[in-house]
Ligand binder design. Structure first.
Ligand SMILES: Cc1cc2nc3c(=O)[nH]c(=O)nc-3n(C[C@H](O)[C@H](O)[C@H](O)COP(=O)(O)OP(=O)(O)OC[C@H]3O[C@@H](n4cnc5c(N)ncnc54)[C@H](O)[C@@H]3O)c2cc1C
Length: 413
């Protein structure tokens, strides 16, 4: 941690006045595009190697160093906590930002019936831990910045990428060219790098948005999350510190835009009505944020001299809260493959190793990805048969303990 930070982040955004010598090429072993939580985790995972790593990010150093609250509270599994701990990021997150999730209740419409997920009886271990996305980004940024192992190139977008069996070459918006043995795209679910590499993806724009804010409320949440599939809306209440929850409201995108434009008092009044008093009286405790919902699944997770990680490989619907968890374990699988190749003096972009990375990630993520999409289709349908089916589904699951215990185990993994 004592090494000098190796950064090149003073240039904020590319402009025509910032042009680099296009004839020279800066060479690296690995270039990561995207300093989101998965790209940063991957860069941190490679710190134990002697590889020359660059991380290209379109945001400025200032925004990366002070990530703003973005509404997302990430429900981390125990496996993810383990990976963050290994990277040194877990202990860099203040304890006051870690909220245990002791259980979850799933409700359907106005029915009083709730499907319950709890920690195994006698176990004090929570189902998962909620941490604000900005705190995860902050901790990972500090690790990568102060390790000084990876060169951070901030304020730059990638405008071209070509790959061959020998190397990958990218051009940045200021004209600078970088080459590497392996290019890793971690630039979100609508990854421009994935497009530049010619890798197709199933992109499903759902027409809904998730509107999120923190609220302070009268009734205790007992660290229990609530997922409530109501008519024309889904509300999730995630328990944070005492008397504070994160409220996630899924609506048609035009409805979400209308709510976003209301002043605070009108917004709160509408939120209270929509929650039908479940949390008692409420006040706003944060800014509001809206995310248009898009799921993506890339047709391939690798190409010669290139790989996709995080949301660039697969972007999950947030309802089952697993996108980052899957991205984090996926980047670890790829980094482990690369570190093993370094130790054994093999090629770090060996197609067999990249193929194994893809197979493992597909196998571990596909069941959850497809199950989540089926759940979303069933629970957002407004037809009376869809409502009946979800009511029956919840009862069925409640009386078949292996289904509930299976889902609880999946949440905890
Ligand atoms: C509302 C919501 C709630 C969620 N809740 C959970 C949860 O509870 N649990 C969970 O596991 N997951 C959750 N997720 C999913 C999780 O947020 C994502 O899976 C995770 O952020 C993916 O990280 P990433 O680094 O792959 O991509 P991103 O977070 O999208 O980061 C991509 C980075 O790439 C940069 N970038 C983009 N394009 C370029 C370019 N051309 N050149 C350079 N840089 C570029 C961006 O600026 C950004 O920094 C949630 C998502 C949403 C929307």
């Amino acid at each position: 941690m004592s090494r000098k930070p190796w950064t090149d982040c003073d240039a904020l955004q590319c402009s025509s006045s910032q042009t680099a010598d296009a004839s020279s090429v800066d060479r690296f072993d690995v270039i990561v595009v995207g300093a989101g939580p998965v790209g940063l985790s991957f860069a941190a995972s490679l710190a134990q190697s002697r590889l020359k790593v660059a991380v290209v990010e379109r945001q400025s150093l200032e925004s990366l160093a002070n990530p703003a609250f973005d509404g997302r509270e990430i429900a981390l599994t125990h496996a993810s906590v383990g990976i963050l701990r290994e990277l040194g990021a877990w202990d860099a997150i203040p304890a006051s930002d870690k909220s245990p999730l002791q259980g979850a209740r799933v409700l359907n419409g106005s029915s009083p019936f709730a499907l319950c997920f709890d920690s195994p009886s006698g176990s004090a271990e929570p189902l998962g831990i909620l941490v604000p996305n900005c705190r995860i980004r902050d901790a990972l940024f500090k690790i990568v910045h102060f390790q000084g192992h990876a060169q951070l190139l901030c304020g730059h977008s990638v405008v071209n990428a070509t790959t061959s069996h020998k190397e990958a070459v990218i051009r940045l918006c200021d004209g600078r060219q970088l080459a590497a043995r392996l290019l890793v795209a971690a630039d979100s679910r609508l990854s421009a790098t994935r497009d530049l590499l010619g890798i197709g993806a199933d992109i499903n724009r759902l027409g809904n948005s998730m509107l999120i804010c923190r609220v302070r409320h009268e009734r205790a949440h007992h660290q229990i999350a609530v997922e409530w599939f109501d008519h024309h809306q889904t509300i999730a209440m995630l328990p944070l510190m005492e008397g504070v929850s994160s409220l996630l409201l899924t609506l048609r995108s035009n409805e979400a835009d209308r709510l976003l434009a209301l002043d605070d008092d009108l917004f709160l009044m509408e939120l209270t009505n929509r929650c039908r008093g479940r949390l008692g009286e409420m006040t706003l405790a944060s800014t509001r944020h809206a995310y248009p919902l898009v799921t993506t699944w890339a047709h391939k997770f690798w190409a010669p001299s290139a790989a996709l990680i995080g949301d660039a490989a697969l972007g999950m619907h947030p309802v089952t809260a697993h996108g980052f968890n899957i991205g984090l374990s996926g980047q670890k699988q790829l980094a482990d493959g690369i570190l093993a190749a370094c130790r054994e003096r093999r090629d770090i972009a060996d197609p067999d190793m990249l193929g194994r990375y893809e197979s493992r990630l597909r196998l571990s993520a596909a069941p959850l990805y497809h199950a989540t999409n089926v759940l979303v289709a069933l629970y957002s349908g407004e037809h009376p048969t869809a409502r009946l089916a979800r009511h029956a589904g919840l009862r069925f699951a409640q009386y078949l303990p292996f289904i509930r215990h299976g889902i609880s185990a999946m949440l905890r993994r």
